[in-house]
Design a protein around this ligand. Structure first.
Ligand SMILES: [Zn+2]
Length: 268
């Protein structure tokens, strides 16, 4: 499942092909993903010039000179491919640039989405408006205010997109491990000093993954032209029963229906 680092890497890869280019052709190859493609997608994007790209939480943003922004979400299995030689069954959206580059959005499970939002209304677009601050912007004081009085487990609170945006299960587990915080600890009980460590841990686990993705972008495109996916190593995630660096054993518990991995010796 694409997490924030994959989305960030994807956006940086798309930027190399799209920034400053005019979109020459848009073809939705089915009516919908998780929801319908905008009916006027082709009409509004064809001929538009891409003026900037960005990311908010796990949404990729492609801004155009027509004051429209295409907002995409990769869902569970989405990926963009560049100049893939042939169209495949799950290539649901095709974009061609004035340089003849071809981008395809592939999404076998179709939990992703594509929307067109007037750029000046982006801040108020419901899915974005509800989001908390970006992990790279949030401060320990912010987090303290947002967690204040909350008795729910910190693991669950960090996964709440209204508290902090864009953190998925993997990076919540890894950040709590790196900050030495037990995943069941009530959110409101964590000191400012420890939240400081947590904020740094969140940033560093994400940044390391983004850097790893960036190094795969150096050759730009993997043989199949897929953007954003790269192998990563984790300290605790998906390592139940294996050794932690401290000599302890990584445990798995279930919180809110999802697996949490942690080290009982390192996290309190
Ligand atoms: Zn440990």
């Amino acid at each position: 499942m694409p997490e924030l680092p994959e989305v960030e890497t994807t956006v940086r890869g798309l930027e190399r092909v799209l920034l400053g280019r005019r979109i020459e052709r848009v073809e939705a190859r089915r009516a919908d993903l998780r929801r319908a493609f905008p009916q006027d997608l082709g009409q509004r994007l064809t001929g538009a010039k891409v003026s900037a790209l960005g990311r908010r939480a796990k949404y990729g943003l492609i801004h155009t000179d027509r004051d429209d922004t295409m907002v995409f979400h990769l869902g569970m299995s989405g990926s963009w491919r560049i100049d893939h030689p042939s169209l495949e069954k799950h290539d649901h959206l095709l974009i061609e640039t004035d340089e003849g580059r071809r981008l395809t959005l592939n999404d076998p499970r179709r939990f992703g989405s594509v929307d067109l939002v007037p750029t000046r209304e982006l801040q108020d677009w419901p899915a974005l408006k509800a989001l908390g601050p970006e992990p790279f912007d949030v401060t320990a004081r912010d987090l303290r205010d947002r967690l204040g009085g909350r008795s729910a487990a910190i693991k669950l609170l960090l996964g709440d997109q209204r508290i902090i945006a864009g953190l998925g299960n993997i990076y919540v587990c890894e950040a709590l491990y790196r900050a030495g915080i037990h995943p069941k600890r009530p959110g409101g009980s964590i000191s400012l000093e420890r939240l400081d460590k947590l904020v740094l841990a969140i940033r560093s686990v994400l940044q390391e993954a983004i850097d790893a993705g960036g190094s795969t972008l150096r050759d730009f495109i993997s043989p199949d032209g897929e953007l954003g996916y790269f192998s990563k190593t984790f300290a605790v995630y998906d390592r139940e029963g294996r050794s932690c660096a401290c000599g302890g054993t990584v445990r798995r518990i279930v919180q809110g229906g999802r697996s949490t991995f942690y080290c009982p010796k390192c996290q309190h």
